[in-house]
Design a protein around this ligand. Structure first.
Ligand code: SF4
Length: 222
């Protein structure tokens, strides 16, 4: 696995915790509107990168500075599941804080495996659109504008399965998040919020839902 050669410390991604943010260089299967990481992390070819050994070393040397590790992307879960399991097991053996994975929700099977093996304490998952209400044919333009892809029905079902998995896991460290894309009307966000609220009621859970303001970083760097 390859990682961006700059890990970041953050206080805001997981409130109440001091996290180490690690970006995977595996790429992404979406190309979202205004993605902060696309040019620098997803699309760029990196000659220099951190390996798994480098990350382990960073944690061993600096682990006392943070109490959570967040894997972000690109889409970290595009890596094969066996290397992910091995890597997270190694991290669990040397680091006693939280492990969080940021995901766009396209790999529910891998999420389920990691939950079952207790290798992840929470997911920060995007619900970019009200997937449950959109039609892959009629709403092609909306998908293309927001996610940069035209999904199949199976793809959409995977996204919804992942959201439901996060709700069922009911971790206090998980978040379901939507960026308030300026090209969408308020109804989109209201429908997503209502959907998450309904799922939380169905499973009697309390997974946090957040609508994040859209930040235009087209003129700034990460
Ligand atoms: S899923 Fe995340 S990393 Fe991938 S393009 Fe969208 S915002 Fe960027």
């Amino acid at each position: 696995m390859k990682f961006y050669k700059q890990v970041m410390r953050t206080f805001v991604d997981l409130p109440g915790h001091h996290s180490l943010l690690i970006h995977s260089l595996v790429g992404c299967n979406m190309h979202c509107f205004g993605c902060h990481n696309y040019d620098e992390i997803v699309a760029k070819k990196h000659e220099e990168f951190f390996t798994e050994e480098d990350i382990i070393q960073q944690i061993q040397l600096n682990g006392y500075f943070f109490d959570a590790i967040i894997f972000s992307g690109g889409e970290f879960l595009l890596e094969k599941i066996e290397p992910i399991i091995n890597f997270l097991n190694r991290i669990r053996s040397i680091f006693h804080g939280l492990i969080i994975i940021n995901t766009n929700g396209t790999s529910p099977d891998k999420m389920k495996t990691l939950i079952n093996q207790k290798l992840v304490d929470g997911f920060h998952i995007d619900m970019k659109l009200p997937y449950h209400l959109l039609d892959i044919n009629e709403d092609k333009e909306i998908f293309q504008a927001i996610m940069g892809i035209e999904p199949t029905q199976h793809f959409l079902e995977k996204l919804l399965t992942s959201i439901e998995l996060v709700i069922q896991q009911n971790s206090p460290y998980s978040q379901i998040r939507t960026v308030k894309y300026p090209i969408l009307s308020d109804e989109f966000f209201e429908e997503i919020e209502y959907y998450i609220k309904t799922l939380n009621q169905k499973y009697q859970t309390q997974v946090e839902y957040r609508i994040n303001e859209f930040l235009d970083i087209s003129h700034s760097k990460i």
